[in-house]
Unconditional design. Structure first.
Lengths: 453, 286
């Protein structure tokens, strides 16, 4: 028996060793070899050059002019996305003519295009079907990458600022952004802001690109600080319509639905911030003497006080997890940003040495943007851990009141760099600043909506 | 059949010492055989090499290049001067490259070209490609015309597809299809395995954006990761350690933070795209 055992031991040893050697050194190598190898070094980011020729009508009549409108609107969306450069070209693509399409792509390639998007429109009564085909123009055969379909109806009920044609274009643009970057675009969103001279300020809603502006308050009073609810169906705002700064809520896409009063306590009712689940609002009330932060449960009206301090505590902003709230307090001297847990406990100071207001927590959680007073005001960003504080604007007028786009990548804000307050947007790195409002009236206090339902 | 150890054999004392030595020798020998076999095995890797570091410089500057439409048409006059990729690299048998380039050799092989290219100012890059391609013009002017273009097949490794790639030049901005990491173009790729240059470019850009600022001078790791059809990251692991756990973690985090990636192209049928990635520290970059 002993000899057999030893023989088995040797055999086993040999087998085990063999297996051990054949087995890959790590689980990763056990699987197939890579399909592709890449080297990555540092360097600046580069945009993808995209060509969007006029769409082709396959069936029906293009009464709404979508063949030209969609490439134009979506092209602007892609530019604003910050990830694309749109290659200009006015080629018309005839239906059912692959050779002609190939020639057009070749022309766009000569003009620098990397990828192409071409749409086929089918009109049936009120309905519009759009098939968008995406091509890799860097491949020798202009390879098809994806085919996407969209439906829209002209029979949708008209609501303020809703143009179904532009919305269709925005949705197409957002999908193109998704296909090429992995993250949905933010073109199918709205922006709400305050328009008017100092006597009366009304709240308006427009497409995120500033087009199709339409007022949603008409009370002739001062209306301030609109903030979209997480479901993008309502807007909380402070209004003096009853003579005092009270907090209300309006429903911009339901014209017959009236304004709802959220808080009308003695003193200030201001600076609302929706909880991520949309059930509560953090807000500032001065009903107990000096401004403190409370959480209001919208359905029940229940009120929970979070801060108790002799200093001013105001401008709460909820973290996207709902677990923390950042706010402004002057308890450490000048106005600084603090963070506390959702129940008001565990308060810690985020910024030091400076005058900081208007904190806004990124929907991606990793950044808080705020306004720093430095002669004029500029937008700064910091991590919730208090590191990597950095300016986003500088040297261009006064810049305040940032509002995050749902991608956590774009910001809307107000600036007077053109001589009058207007709303601008930029990327989180401070690049790609674009003015999105214009005109004689001042536009301030933007709120970028979540993605529309 | 039964084997019995007879009584005589059973009485013999086993030579334990020599047996152990013999076993060890066997194991060592086996190890050597297996190891060298795995070194030379060409089944392990059949990768496409993409040196992407300076690619965007060239990608962004194709202006002035007239692309012949890729062709069922009669030879357009401009088709002849259109540079084709150099024939020799394109004709290389696919399996040669992997044999010379197991995954662990990647860093040393890829470093020199990318360093060169990175050091070049952007505007010099486009000029390189034509210069390199010029010889091919003499050799291959008639290829696009004489060879009827088969319909593009997604089957990646077929010989016709490969020849087609060399016959119909890819757009200038992407560099040439060489099937080898040693291509001199800023971005070299073999169009036969994963022919979606835009996709690789976008993935590299997203990782670059996350890794920028976290770049650390020193040896950088090679990482393997997989992208699902919907663009989500499914796996990321160190393929070749930098020798420093912190650098390894920084690289892994860059990949995790870079996702989600674009959905995989519809015509690429695998459930996952598997990418081998080498970080290259560039002291001049971002």
């Amino acid at each position: 028996m002993r000899r057999i055992a030893i023989a088995v031991l040797f055999a086993g040893l040999a087998v085990a060793t063999t297996i051990g050697l054949w087995a890959p050194p790590s689980p990763v190598r056990a699987q197939a070899p890579p399909d592709v190898y890449i080297n990555v070094t540092g360097g600046g980011s580069k945009k993808l050059n995209i060509a969007i020729p006029e769409f082709t009508v396959v069936a029906g009549t293009d009464g709404a002019g979508l063949a030209k409108l969609i490439p134009s609107v979506a092209g602007n969306d892609l530019t604003l996305s910050g990830s694309f450069s749109v290659v200009a070209g006015s080629d018309r693509v005839p239906a059912n003519n692959p050779d002609a399409l190939r020639q057009i792509w070749a022309n766009f390639v000569a003009a620098g295009a990397h990828v192409g998007a071409h749409g086929l429109l089918t009109f049936r009564g009120d309905r519009t079907e759009t098939e968008v085909r995406l091509y890799d123009l860097t491949a020798p055969d202009f390879r098809l990458i994806a085919t996407r379909k969209f439906e829209a109806s002209a029979a949708q009920p008209p609501t303020p600022g809703f143009d179904w044609r532009r919305r269709l274009a925005h949705r197409i643009a957002d999908d193109i952004v998704l296909q090429f970057t992995g993250e949905l675009g933010v073109a199918d969103t709205k922006i709400s802001y305050v328009v008017g001279p100092s006597g009366a300020k009304e709240i308006v809603v427009a497409d995120y690109d500033g087009v199709g502006m339409s007022p949603v308050t008409r009370n002739g009073a001062i209306n301030l600080s609109p903030v979209w609810s997480p479901d993008a169906r309502s807007i909380a705002f402070t209004s003096f319509m009853n003579g005092y700064p009270d907090l209300f809520r309006l429903f911009p896409f339901e014209p017959r639905r009236g304004v709802q009063t959220l808080a009308s306590f003695h003193g200030i009712n201001s600076s609302p911030s929706w909880s991520p689940d949309g059930k509560s609002l953090a807000l500032t009330l001065s009903k107990d003497g000096n401004p403190e932060i409370y959480v209001l449960t919208v359905q029940s009206g229940a009120l929970q006080r979070l801060t108790r301090h002799a200093s001013i505590d105001t401008e709460p902003t909820w973290s996207p997890t709902g677990q923390q709230i950042a706010f402004v307090s002057d308890r450490a001297g000048g106005a600084r940003i603090f963070v506390m847990d959702r129940d008001g406990s565990n308060v810690r100071q985020l910024t030091t040495s400076g005058f900081h207001t208007q904190p806004r927590w990124s929907p991606k959680a990793d950044t808080i943007v705020y306004t720093q007073r430095e002669g004029t005001h500029n937008l700064w960003a910091i991590t919730p851990g208090g590191t990597n504080a950095r300016p986003l604007t500088s040297g261009q007028g006064d810049n305040q009141g940032a509002s995050w786009a749902p991608d956590g990548r774009h910001l809307a804000f107000q600036s007077n760099r053109s001589g009058r307050w207007q709303v601008y947007m930029m990327l989180l790195d401070g690049m790609e600043t674009t003015q999105i409002t214009s005109g004689a009236a001042e536009s301030t206090s933007p709120s970028w909506s979540p993605r529309l339902p | 059949m039964h084997f019995h150890i007879g009584p005589a054999l059973g009485r013999i004392r086993l030579p334990l010492g020599p047996a152990v030595v013999s076993a060890i020798l066997h194991v060592v020998l086996l190890a050597i055989v297996v190891f060298s076999a795995s070194m030379w095995s060409d089944k392990r890797t059949k990768p496409v090499y993409v040196v992407l570091a300076p690619a965007t410089a060239a990608i962004g500057s194709p202006k002035g290049v007239t692309m012949p439409p890729r062709v069922e048409e009669p030879p357009a006059p401009q088709a002849a001067p259109q540079p084709a990729p150099p024939a020799p690299p394109a004709e290389l048998p696919r399996r040669e490259a992997p044999r010379d380039l197991p995954a662990r050799d990647l860093p040393s092989r890829d470093l020199p070209p990318s360093r060169d290219a990175v050091a070049l100012p952007d505007r010099t890059l486009p000029a390189r490609a034509p210069a390199r391609l010029r010889p091919a013009e003499k050799e291959l002017p008639t290829l696009p015309n004489t060879q009827p273009t088969p319909t593009p097949t997604p089957t990646p490794t077929s010989a016709p597809a490969r020849r087609e790639a060399s016959a119909a030049p890819p757009p200038q901005p992407l560099g040439a299809a060489t099937g080898s990491a040693s291509g001199a173009g800023p971005l070299t790729l073999n169009v036969s395995d994963f022919p979606y240059a835009y996709y690789i470019r976008q993935v590299a850009e997203k990782i670059r954006a996350q890794w920028n600022g976290k770049a650390i001078p020193g040896q950088q790791p090679a990482v393997i990761f997989e992208i699902r059809r919907d663009g989500r990251l499914s796996l990321a692991a160190i393929d070749k350690s930098s020798g420093n756990a912190y650098y390894d973690q920084v690289a892994l985090r860059a990949i995790n933070d870079a996702g989600p990636f674009p959905p995989l192209p519809e015509e690429f049928k695998k459930p996952m795209l598997r990418i081998g990635l080498q970080f290259v520290f560039d002291p001049t970059g971002g």
